[in-house]
Design a protein around this ligand. Sequence first.
Ligand SMILES: [Zn+2]
Length: 198
Amino acid sequence: MQYPEPIAKLIESFMKLPGIGQKTAARLAFFCLDMQEDEVLHFANALISTKRDLHYCSNCGNITESDPCIICSDEGRDQSTVLVVESPRDIMSLEKIREYHGLYHVLHGVLSPMEGTGPEDLNIPGLIKRLQSDAINEVIIATNATAEGESTAMYLSRLIKPAGIKVSRLAYGLAVGSDIEYADEMTLFRAIDGRREL
Ligand SMILES: [Zn+2]
């Protein structure tokens, strides 16, 4: 038996999300069917608003409603340090611990020869441009402690150091293979505090 068209479409949509297979998608779709209409509207509006009202900051690549983002436009932050992360979610995690007061730059991924991701696919030209025009004297590379994260850090270090800018890497406390996003607060605190120069 085939699902009625509306629910078939909903199942298809859920299956586009990461880690959701057909079975889970069907379970979620039928759950939605049982939800109150205002809850469904709230859910649908949240989806649309996330896409419509959020953009990437033209300076750092963070997600933002205004451009530049609140971090880039905060003159109280240390304008001489940039912390480079893979994803805007990493900024959320790092901001929570209130240990870092400089600026950020989001790469939107890591270099991955396996997946065909090269420097031009990432927000690296934007970083170079900032380093040339702004008064930045330290770049802290906070890519994840994975093989790709490490090789991206090395690539950036080789690119940036000749310009006479200090390059450091989060190290202490972060386990190999771990993601910044899921690290606990103490680990992140130590990682920033104990960064090593590259
Ligand atoms: Zn920004």
